[in-house]
Structure formats: structure tokens, C-alpha cells
Write a protein that binds this ligand. Structure first.
Ligand code: ATP
Ligand code: MG
Ligand code: MG
Ligand code: MG
Length: 439
């Protein structure tokens, strides 16, 4: 992309009403525009990051054997009356009446609808196990929408639902989600720690939240510092292997790590004092096992091996796709701007032309731009007629992991400058070597 033809409405001033770094930076970098309290347009740069996050979530869910579908944002109140949640959910539920006076709602989550799909089409235990998921916009009428996309009212969530014959099978599905989430967050350059949590209005017994440690997080968390040394890495996982997944679950959940809702001082006191940590965290996902809470009242049953009908064991598993954009920035920025992890960056590399309009500098930039694209990279070429300082400031603000600076002085000795956004270190090398380094 050439910056002169892109739509990147960066702001010079720091927006006064944005309280935390990620919100300020998303506004300044022209990633989002607020349309109403907690409701945002995703401008091109923000939309690109959102799509990359969505893509990683899709890949990891499908790697775990989970199947994508798409349910609508609007739902009928009828379904929610069947589960009893139409009244129980409270003021976060946005209720809508259509022209025929039918009661509808904008879905805050989809347990009822997916259970309805299941009961309409699945009859036998032979069709299990089954996990269906979608990535769809949700609406929750939050009392205090704030921190930009981190606590929006309309937000993008991946929500997946498992259907199993037995509790044992459903717990295997739970473990598949836990493991796939560990991989998912690591690919985004994030450490998200599974912590024992409280089930809230979804209901259920087993549940973990995934938290990214950050001072601006809304949850208070308590953990054994050993947990932050754990890395998932690129280990091979067989998602059908019950023992292997159970092993990963134990590795990542055996140390003390809880949110304030489940925190227990007496248990925490058993952690050696020098390893006890209290911090803030951002909830970027949650997994639940809730058994037959929805299948029983809604009649989602299968015929088992013995010929008798039994309600299926279910769980639901969410990832805050749009919240992750903010969480990643909270964990990766400095006073100049964002520092994207390579896995989610909107462009792979920026090209800064120090002397726009100079024939040889322009053609060197054009050649570099073409070669980067030929290698499958996605470069952003700042070809505007701007001062070098302004171009550097924009690149630092939008946070691409690499910058290649091209100017007449370097070209005289056949070099360009390759700079890492994260370390700030620069290296002079030939354009060809720079391309090969990034490819
Ligand atoms: P919170 O405690 O932050 O209100 P939640 O526990 O109500 O979140 P879940 O029902 O567990 O949320 O939804 C799954 C995920 O969706 C959350 O882990 C979070 O990442 C994301 N999420 C929830 N509410 C919002 C929101 N208002 N804006 C953006 N993302 C959200
Ligand atoms: Mg909530
Ligand atoms: Mg929560
Ligand atoms: Mg939650």
C-alpha cells in the first residue's frame, strides 16, 4: 500500500477523553472512530489488525477440530424464555421490538441459539463429539463502556460450543479449548494466563479466564510468579489425545492463579512468599463447562448407545477478538506509539522515502516496494511529500515491526537502513539484503 493513496487519518493531538494508552493510540493511529458510547467504526488500519486476529483464532480453532458456522446478531426472545435467561440476564441485554411487536434481542452470547440448532439436527450419540463456533458481533449494554474497544457495547467475539455424550468427553472438549487458546494468544505475541474464575450469568462448574497482565486491567489477579515462566511454544499437539491435553491443562493450571472472584487467601498463603504476586489483568477469553444447563430445559438430547435419550453435556468458550486489539497494544507500546508483534501487525514493514521527488530515491523505493511484495510481504510505503521527521513519527505511531529508510546518502554507497521498532536498532545493508532479512 502507498500511504498517499491509503486512508490513515492519524491525529496530532492526544484525545482528551481517552484514559488508557491503547485507547489513545488506537484513536491517534486512525484505527477506530467512536460512533456512540461503546460503538466503533473500524477504520482501515484497525480493520486489518482485527482481521489478522480473527484469522489466527480461526486457524487455531480449526486445528483443534472445531467447526465454523455463522449465527445472526438478532435473536428471538422466545429462545431465551426457554432457558429462563430472557428475564435473568438483566439490563446488559438489548431488547428490541420489531414492527409486528415481536420481541427480539441483539445477542450478547449464543448458548440458546446453538442449542436450538443442535436439537433440530442431531439425534444420535454417533454424531458426537461436535464443537461449533462462530466469530460474530455481540451487543452488551455495559453500564460503563470505556477504554475504547476494550469494553465496548458492540464487540466482536469468537464463541464456541461443544456437545458431548458424557461429562468426561465434555471435559476433553474443555481441554481442547484451553490448549488451543494457549497457542492462539502466543501467536499474537501475548502471554495470557489461565486463571480459575467464577461462572457468572452463563452458569457452570469448571471455568478458566485467560488474563493478560497489564496495569490498566479491570480484574485484580493473584498468582504464583512461576506461572509466567511457562511457554507453550511450538509443541506438537494431537487434539484427540486425552492424556496429552490433560497434561497441558495440569502444567498450566496447577500453580495458584485466580481472579478476585475466586481468590482464597488461605490457599494463596501456601505459595512461597517471594513468589506471591498481586496484579491487574485484562480478560481476553474464558472457557466453561456447564453440563446440561441448557440441553435439559431446551430438550437437546441424543439417543445413547443403550437406546435411551439423554441431554448432551455442553460448554461454551469465548475469545474477545476486538478486545484483543486493545490488549495487545496495552502490552506492546512505548511513548512514541504502538509496537506490533509480528503475528498481528497490519503491515509487515514500512518504507520511508527521505527525499520524495528525487528520481533515484523514488525509483529505489519503488523497486524495494515491488520486491517486498514479490516475496509475499505486505509493505506500507510512505510516499507522501512530507518531512523525514513527520514520516518517522507516523511510522513509530502505527508501530510496524520494521522500517526501511531510503535516502540519497545511503544510496550513494548502495545501502538502506533497516530499523527494528521494538529495539530501535538500525543496520545499514543493501536493499536486497534487507528484503531477504524480512522474507
Ligand atoms: P468482562 O468480565 O470483561 O465483562 P465477561 O466475563 O462478561 O467479560 P464473557 O461472557 O466471558 O465476558 O465473554 C467472552 C470474552 O468476550 C471475554 O473474555 C472478553 O474478552 C470479551 N468481552 C466481554 N465483554 C466485552 C466488552 N464489553 N467489550 C469487548 N470485549 C468483551
Ligand atoms: Mg461482562
Ligand atoms: Mg468476566
Ligand atoms: Mg468472562
Amino acid at each position: 500500500m502507498r500511504l498517499s493513496r491509503y486512508f490513515l487519518p492519524v491525529l496530532k493531538e492526544t484525545p482528551a477523553d481517552a484514559q488508557i494508552a491503547s485507547h489513545r493510540l488506537m484513536l491517534r493511529a486512525g484505527m477506530v472512530k467512536q460512533q456512540a458510547a461503546g460503538i466503533y467504526s473500524w477504520l482501515p488500519l484497525g480493520f486489518k489488525v482485527l482481521n489478522r486476529i480473527e484469522q489466527i483464532v480461526n486457524e487455531e480453532q480449526q486445528r483443534a477440530g472445531h467447526i465454523p458456522l455463522l449465527m445472526p446478531t438478532l435473536q428471538s426472545a422466545e429462545l431465551w424464555r426457554e432457558s429462563g435467561r430472557y428475564d435473568a440476564y438483566g439490563d446488559e441485554l438489548l431488547r428490541i421490538t420489531d414492527r409486528h411487536k415481536r420481541e427480539m434481542l441483539y445477542g450478547p452470547t449464543n448458548e440458546e441459539m446453538i442449542t436450538d440448532i443442535f436439537r433440530s439436527h442431531v439425534n444420535s450419540y454417533k454424531d458426537l463429539p461436535l464443537t461449533l463456533y462462530h466469530i460474530q458481533w455481540k451487543f452488551r449494554d455495559e453500564v460503563r463502556p470505556r477504554f475504547g474497544v476494550m469494553r465496548g457495547r458492540e464487540f466482536l467475539m469468537k464463541d464456541g460450543y461443544n456437545f458431548d455424550l458424557t461429562k468426561e468427553d465434555a471435559l476433553h472438549a474443555y481441554n481442547r479449548h484451553l490448549v488451543s487458546y494457549l497457542r492462539t494468544y502466543e501467536r499474537m505475541g501475548l502471554q495470557a494466563i489461565p486463571m480459575r474464575a467464577d461462572s457468572g450469568p452463563i452458569g457452570g462448574d469448571d471455568t478458566h479466564e485467560f488474563l493478560v497482565l497489564a496495569d490498566t486491567g479491570e480484574s485484580e489477579v493473584f498468582y504464583d510468579s512461576e506461572i509466567t515462566d511457562l511457554k507453550f511454544g511450538d509443541r506438537e499437539i494431537d487434539y484427540d489425545n486425552v492424556e496429552q491435553l490433560q497434561g497441558v491443562l495440569e502444567e498450566f493450571t496447577s500453580r495458584y492463579a485466580r481472579t478476585d472472584e475466586t481468590h482464597d487467601e488461605a490457599v494463596f498463603a501456601k505459595v512461597p512468599e517471594e513468589r506471591r504476586r498481586t496484579a491487574r489483568g485484562i480478560e481476553v477469553g474464558q472457557i466453561f463447562y456447564f453440563g446440561t444447563k441448557y440441553s435439559e430445559p431446551m430438550g437437546a438430547t441424543v439417543v445413547g448407545p443403550d437406546g435411551a435419550r439423554t441431554p448432551v453435556h455442553m460448554g461454551s468458550h469465548g475469545i474477545g477478538v476486538s478486545r484483543l486489539v486493545g490488549a495487545i497494544i496495552e502490552a506492546n507500546h512505548d511513548d512514541k506509539g504502538i509496537i506490533w508483534p509480528e503475528g498481528v501487525t497490519p503491515f509487515d514493514v514500512g518504507i520511508v522515502n527521505l527525499k520524495q521527488g528525487d528520481a533515484s530515491t523514488d525509483s529505489a523505493c519503488e523497486a524495494l516496494y515491488r520486491e517486498l511484495k514479490a516475496k509475499g510481504l505486505d509493505p506500507l510505503y510512505d510516499d507522501r511529500d512530507e518531512r523525514a521527521g513527520a514520516k518517522f513519527a507516523t511510522m513509530d505511531l502505527i508501530g510496524l515491526p520494521w522500517r526501511i529508510t531510503v535516502g540519497p546518502r545511503g544510496l550513494a554507497s548502495n545501502t538502506v537502513e533497516l530499523t527494528s521498532r521494538r529495539t530501535g536498532e538500525s543496520e545499514e545493508l543493501s536493499a536486497e539484503a534487507a528484503v531477504n532479512r524480512l522474507a
